[in-house]
Design a protein around this ligand. Sequence first.
Ligand code: PGA
Length: 253
Amino acid sequence: MRKKIVAGNWKMNKDLTESMSLVSEVRSMVRDEVRHDAEIIVIPPFTSLGSANKLIEGSEIILGAQNCSTEDSGAYTGEVSVKMLNSVGVKYVLVGHSERRIYFGEANEMLAKKVTIALNNGLTPIYCCGETIEDREDKTFFQVVEKQITEGLFGLHEDQLQKVVIAYEPVWAIGTGETASNEQAQEMHSYIRKLIEARFGDKVSQAIRILYGGSVNPKNAEELFACEDIDGGLIGGASLKSRDFVEVVKAAK
Ligand code: PGA
C-alpha cells in the first residue's frame, strides 16, 4: 500500500504574515478533522520556510520547498542549496515544476542534477512532468512525458528512484480550472508506472508514488485520488485557502 500525499504548492504567494496565518489554520484543521494518515506537505515560498517550520512542530504537517540549486555552495547568487533547506526543516523539494521549465528554462539534464543532490542530502524530490496543450493535441503527450521521466530520473539507481515522488501535471490543467479527466490522469499515471517497471522492475514501480496536479479542488479530488495509480495530489490554487486545502487532504483517504 502506497501512502498517499497531498502537497500544497503556494508558488509566489503569501508574505510572511500571510504564510503564518495559513499554516496555523491548516495545522488546527488537520488536527481537528483529519483522521487518516496521508502525508500532508505545505510548500511555502523560501522566505516563509523557517517560520513555518517552527509553527508545524509537533504536528502532522511536513515542510517542502519549491526549488533547489544544482550546486552544494559557493558563488551562485540568488540560489538556495539543499543544505540550507535542510537547516530550516525542509523534507521535500519540488524539481522541474512546469513553471520552472517554461519561465526559467530548466531542462531535464539540470533537473536530473537537482534530483540527485536532493537525494544525496536526505531530501525527497517531487519530480514534476507533464505535457502542454500542443503536445496533447498532437498526440505526442506520451513521448513528451517519457522523455522527461527518462532524462530526469533514469540515471538513478533503483534504491534512489524508489524514494522519488513523481507529479504528473499536464500544463494545460495548471491554474486553468480545467482538470484532466479521471481517465486521462489514470492513463498517464499507469503509463509512467509501466515505464518504471520496464526499467527498474515491479517492486520499484509498485512502491513509487505518482501524484496528479492541475486544478485539483475539493470537488474533484476524491474521484482523482481513487484512481488506481494516483497516489495523491500536488495542489496549487486550492492550497492557498485553508478550508479548500484541508478538504482536498480529507479526500486522500
Ligand atoms: P493548480 O496548480 O492546482 O493551481 O492548477 C498546480 C501546480 O502547479 O502544482
